[in-house]
Design a binder for this molecule. Structure first.
Ligand code: GLV
Ligand code: MN
Ligand code: MN
Length: 466
């Protein structure tokens, strides 16, 4: 490897010294008794690659914790956790803080047209594709301080370590804080070239449309296509994330090596009945939309269990109108979400829901319509070579691993369309996420960052090509 001054720089195996071999007008200069190592590096340059002595790069756990704690101030809630919904003022301010951290880590920062915040450090070989790491810092309403944040802060720590140790990689490295992950993987879909005009019109709980929100983040929704990265441009995408489930904790495992990420499909269901007087309308003459909606909620749950497998289906939002105690609800709008690793199974569960819905609508004298929302993420498998790299990195650090699927959606699943991806999971205490009670131990986060760092170094050293 070489530093910014163009000198050959090798970190000794015990990490105690940097040996500098400058070949210039003065000829070969060697300092102190470690000349043998330096000579070896000149003969076998791969010995000098960061991957050859990765133990000298170790995450500064205190710094990562400090950054997570600072980020937690943006959108903080009295009950703990944050509401840093994408495009909210808290999101805009939080991303300004992330930008400052990226700059401090020596990254050249830009915002693409989709609002993605991208910090880049160039590699020594400009012909090589870029290694990308990242995640998101937007949250669900009343969410926690670890979902997404760990991946962004972990990526920044990798860049900071490389800067502090004056390590130059062969590949360029980018750290990305994606736009609006929680509202439908907006930034990563744009990067994969799959953000539709209909998605730009969706309004999230910040009250802003995706279009206006992207503008608020410094992007340009009218040129969102320019955020697309072409296949071949990215060498790999790595995402460090909390597990958001209880498998790692239950099995006392340090690191989850993700095999695949579930697909997610969202619909909006509208139940239409007849709003009427709650005192004068006899029980047998009602067209109660909320009653039909309640049965639909049960049917969504039942449909997911009518097949063997790990598929899940959820109604997470119900809005009844007009919403008064003395009026029979005339209209209810519900969210319907189905997830599975197999897209065909998602469709099969939805077909079962439709069958149930028809029967409910007939029995209750209402109608039930479904609208397919343009916020669908396809299931994605991680690259088996990257799985092996992550597994080896973890074992090299003395950590235990388990291969597992991800039931949560991640930006990685969109990037999978344009680059090989890998994901590193660290334990979630109590398996809790999307909640202020979400927590991951500092030591577990540090393990994850170290695995991420080693995986980046391994890919930089060409491990993907072998
Ligand atoms: C993202 O957090 C999701 O799985 O909904
Ligand atoms: Mn989430
Ligand atoms: Mn997340």
């Amino acid at each position: 490897m070489s530093d910014e001054s163009g000198q050959c720089k090798a970190i000794s195996w015990d990490g105690s010294a940097v040996v500098t071999c400058g070949v210039g007008l003065g000829g070969l200069r060697m300092f102190d008794s470690r000349w043998i190592w330096c000579a070896a590096v000149l003969i076998f340059p791969e010995l000098a690659s960061p991957a050859a002595q990765p133990h000298v790069l170790v995450a500064d756990s205190g710094r990562v914790q400090e950054h997570l704690a600072e980020l937690a101030h943006f959108g903080t809630n009295p009950e703990g956790g944050v509401s840093r919904v994408a495009f909210s003022d808290a999101d805009v301010a939080g991303r300004a803080y992330v930008k400052r951290l990226m700059e401090a880590a020596g990254l050249e920062v830009r915002i693409d047209t989709a609002g993605n915040l991208i910090g880049r450090r160039e590699g020594a070989d400009r012909k090589l594709p870029t290694i990308v790491v990242g995640s998101h810092t937007d949250s669900v309403p009343h969410g926690g301080n670890f979902d997404g944040d760990v991946g962004v802060m972990g990526g920044i720590e990798v860049a900071q370590q490389l800067r502090d140790r004056h390590v130059s990689l062969r590949h360029a490295l980018e750290v990305v804080d994606f736009t609006d992950e929680e509202g439908g993987l907006v930034g990563s879909r744009a990067m994969a070239g799959d953000l539709s005009a209909a998605t730009l019109d969706l309004v999230n709980s910040s009250g802003r449309s995706v279009r206006d929100g992207i503008r608020a983040l410094g992007g340009n929704p009218d040129a969102v296509g320019q955020a697309q990265r072409s296949p071949g441009e990215l060498a790999a995408y790595l995402e460090l994330h909390i597990e958001q489930g209880g498998t790692l904790e239950r099995t006392h495992t340090d690191i989850g090596v993700v095999q695949g990420i579930v697909g997610i499909h969202w619909w909006e269901a509208t139940v239409t009945g007849i709003a009427n007087h709650a005192g004068t309308t006899p029980m047998d003459q009602r067209h109660d939309a909320l009653l039909a909606a309640s049965e639909l909620v049960l049917a969504v749950n039942a449909a997911a269990t009518e097949f063997p497998g790990r598929q899940v289906a959820t109604v997470g939002r119900v809005q009844a109108e007009p919403g008064a105690p003395n009026v029979i609800p005339g209209r209810v709008v519900l969210s319907v979400e189905i997830r599975d690793l197999d897209a065909a199974r998602i469709e099969a569960v939805f077909e079962r829901i439709r069958v149930h819905a028809r029967a409910i609508a007939d029995a209750r004298g209402t109608s039930i319509e479904f609208r397919d929302l343009e916020a669908t993420a396809a299931p994605a498998l991680t690259d088996p070579r990257i799985q092996r790299i992550i597994d080896a990195a973890a074992h090299g650090l003395g950590l235990t691993t388990v291969a597992m699927p991800s039931g949560a959606g991640h930006d990685a699943q969109d990037i999978a369309r344009i680059a090989p991806i890998g994901m590193i999971f660290v334990p979630s205490v109590g398996g809790i996420s999307h909640s202020p009670r979400e927590y991951t131990e500092p030591a577990d986060i540090a393990h994850g960052v170290n695995v991420l760092m080693r995986a980046v170094l391994a890919i930089d050293a060409g491990k993907l090509d072998r």
